[in-house]
Design a protein around this ligand. Structure first.
Ligand code: AMP
Ligand code: GLY
Length: 430
């Protein structure tokens, strides 16, 4: 049994959860995280790499005899890190877990993903796309569109590219601004979409391009305020499993969404060996795709990885080799919940560098770090908007959330804020 030398790229809570899971594998020899955060340094060795600087990543991989590269965030994938490794002879034998550039376009272009869903009859909201040469046609279309109207910048826009306009006036203004370059190249095309009203959940698969394995589903909480009020964030908490995703719903999701997606990619000869994240919405008992992502979710990974019982290194090896077919996924039946501690002012302006105390007081939860770093004095300090995700297990949602909230009170830094209502909307069992 050869031990693997693994490089994980990224620096968020998702990467700490992946690093934590990889480091628990008996197949993991040495784990490097580039660049990582204060938490990932407890699972392996942080290395000062920029995941978008492919030549430097490749250099590190060759010098350190890395056997496998795992890509956490979307941007290196959308920019083609898989292809970069594939095209260089000395790197070709090193598996990169994540799709090729042609696969990452599922997340990199909303217009592409809508066309893909149309080609493969995958249920999603009705839409039209417009480019800068079609502004007046688009405005006409918007004026007769039912409200609210969903406008999406085509490309990556750091989670800010979706606008739900409540009036025609707002829709037209946003539409003009987007096509006028509000998000640069990302909004050179805009998707106008029918608004779907329902409850969202996240489904994940790991695919080797032919076979796929379904991981535990999750629900994340995107808004800053309780009862889902206020602006969107990178995610304030998550729970897994999601009680309303029952057997009937799973069958619909698998046959109408997962299978046609994986088969569609294969038929279109798109190389995809990695995670697919399906952002779904249930509307009157029927699942629709809101979006695809080419990576795991954050904060969903912080509840999915703890529930996954399989050895993650083995799963990745099989993914790279195309032999996921015989794998059986084993999942802990307990409920996992995560509560995110964020910086005061987030998602608006906030300060960094606040000393974090009480991490050693955490009991019964795992503290996954996101925006943290170690300062010159060796102290763990805040380094981003979302700081620490506290994940706990419980027999149900209330008991898991209770543990995370108890530990949330034990950790302190100036400006700390967290939502106290994570999972509350799902507490059928409360
Ligand atoms: P996206 O970046 O596509 O995930 O969109 C961000 C968020 O906007 C989603 O998580 C939904 O909450 C919301 N959203 C996107 N598309 C729609 C839609 N067609 N109907 C209702 N809400 C939507
Ligand atoms: N939690 C949503 C995302 O990772 O995009």
């Amino acid at each position: 049994m050869s031990l693997q030398r693994i490089l994980l790229l990224g620096s968020g809570g998702r990467e700490h959860a992946l690093a934590w899971k990889l480091s628990r594998s008996k197949r993991c020899g040495q784990l490097f995280i580039g660049p990582g955060n204060a938490g990932t340094s407890e699972c392996g060795t942080n290395v000062p790499l920029n995941p978008l600087d492919f030549p430097s990543v490749a250099d590190f991989v060759l010098k350190n005899q890395i056997d496998m590269v795992v890509v956490g965030p979307e941007e290196p994938l959308v920019r083609g890190i898989w292809d970069y490794f594939h095209e260089r002879a000395e790197l070709q034998h090193i598996p990169v877990i994540g799709p090729s550039k042609a696969g990452a376009v599922m997340e990199g272009s909303k217009a592409w993903s809508k066309q893909f869903m149309e080609r493969h009859s995958i249920p999603t909201a009705a839409y039209r796309e417009f480019s800068a040469t079609e502004i007046e046609e688009g405005v006409k279309y918007l004026k007769q569109h039912s409200l609210p109207i969903v406008l999406k910048a085509d490309g990556l826009a750091a989670g800010k590219g979706v606008i739900i306009a409540k009036s025609h006036k707002e829709a037209v203004r946003e539409f003009r601004e987007m096509l006028g370059g509000k998000f640069g190249e990302s909004s050179s095309r805009v998707v106008v979409e029918q608004f779907l009203s329902g409850i969202e959940f996240s489904v994940f698969v790991l695919t080797d391009g032919k076979n796929y394995k379904i991981l535990p589903e999750a629900k994340d909480y995107k808004r800053i305020g309780e009862k889902d009020k206020g602006p969107n964030t990178g995610g304030m908490g998550a729970v897994s499993p999601v009680p309303f995703v029952d057997q009937t719903m799973w069958e619909k999701v698998e046959t109408r969404i997962i299978q046609p997606t994986v088969n569609g990619l294969r038929k279109e000869k798109i190389v995809y060996k990695g995670f697919i994240f399906f952002g779904l919405i249930e509307v009157n008992g029927e699942p629709f795709v809101i979006e695809y992502n080419c990576r795991m979710g954050d904060p969903e990974t912080e509840v999915v990885m703890p529930r996954l019982k399989n050895d993650l290194v083995t799963l990745f090896e099989k993914c790279a080799k195309g032999s996921l077919g015989r794998v059986k996924i084993n999942v802990d039946r307990k409920t996992a919940a995560t509560v995110f501690l964020v910086s005061g002012g987030y998602p608006g302006d906030y300060e960094k560098g606040k000393v974090i105390s009480g991490l050693d007081q955490v009991k019964g939860s795992v503290a996954f770090h996101a925006g943290t770093t170690i300062n010159a004095k060796g102290e763990v300090v805040t380094n981003g908007g979302r700081v620490i995700a506290l994940t706990s297990f419980g027999k149900d949602i209330p008991s898991a959330v209770r543990k995370s909230k108890r530990n949330a009170k034990a950790i302190n830094y100036e400006g700390k804020y967290f939502r106290r209502d994570i999972g509350k909307d799902l507490m059928l069992d409360a």
